[in-house]
Write a protein that binds this ligand. Structure first.
Ligand code: SAM
Length: 228
């Protein structure tokens, strides 16, 4: 790989949908989201959660919580003394996540927000950890460092960020090319595209503690970063 292609933004495809279109898309698929995606995404999320290792009494934030599986796991891990916050663009996902949280009996410690995570509505140094899976790759390319900088702002010193995302690292086989072709030509069907996760986190000042390259249909990066 040439040194030029090592830039975190090199070769990343643009996002072709507006925020309104993204919101409408996730509202529309919310009820069937788990059927469509959970089987493949769940094992990757679990690996990410293991890296985050949420502890009793801590505060954690999830960006892009969808139907709320991870929120429930975070809430169980932090226990009644901890707090979990979540932000998602889709009001329909928020409704479903609130129902999951209620059913799991952890509503006492979870607060949900509907909004765009490019601007996090939380104070500086607010949480011990942030988790986001299959969401960073939905942001416009110039927003990726903005979202990660927002994460740094909201994390306490020593706080952890785990990102699980489709990745452009590794071999560019026919599947990666087919995936990117579909994103380019049918953005309404495939809104996400592979990005460079570890490099992007380093570029905004995260110290990388661990980085794994896994595989779904395309490579998936699972990265734990720390704010100094
Ligand atoms: C592909 S789903 C991933 C859901 C879940 N994290 C998982 O791993 O299964 C992306 C989620 O991010 C949300 N989302 C998309 N753009 C967002 C934004 N700008 N700010 C916050 N959430 C966003 C969507 O509504 C959706 O619930």
């Amino acid at each position: 790989m040439s040194s030029q292609s090592k830039q975190p933004w090199d070769g990343i495809l643009p996002v072709l949908q507006s925020k309104q279109e993204q919101q409408a898309y996730y509202d529309k698929i919310a009820r069937v989201y788990d059927l469509l995606a959970d089987r493949s995404e769940q094992p990757m999320r679990e690996k990410g959660l293991k890296l985050l290792a949420p502890q009793p009494g801590e505060r954690h934030l999830e960006i892009g919580y969808a139907t709320g599986h991870t929120l429930v796991e975070l809430a169980e891990a932090v226990g009644p003394e901890g707090r979990v916050f979540g932000i998602d663009l889709s009001p329909k996902m928020a409704q479903l996540a609130a129902q999951s949280i209620e059913r799991a009996g952890v509503a006492d410690r979870v607060q949900l927000v509907v909004g765009d995570a490019a601007h996090l509505p939380y104070p500086d140094s607010f949480v011990d950890g942030i988790f986001t899976s299959f969401t960073l790759e939905l942001f416009h390319t110039d927003e990726i460092p903005q979202v990660l900088s927002e994460c740094r702002r909201v994390l306490k010193g020593g706080g952890r960020l785990v990102v699980v995302s489709l990745s452009r690292e590794g071999k560019r086989d026919w599947m990666v090319k087919a995936f990117e072709w579909t994103h380019r030509h049918f953005p309404n069907l495939l809104d996400c595209r592979p990005i460079y996760v570890r490099r992007a986190m380093e570029s905004v000042g995260f110290q990388i503690v661990q980085a794994q390259l896994d595989h779904m249909w395309v490579p998936v990066e699972i990265v734990l970063g720390k704010k100094d």
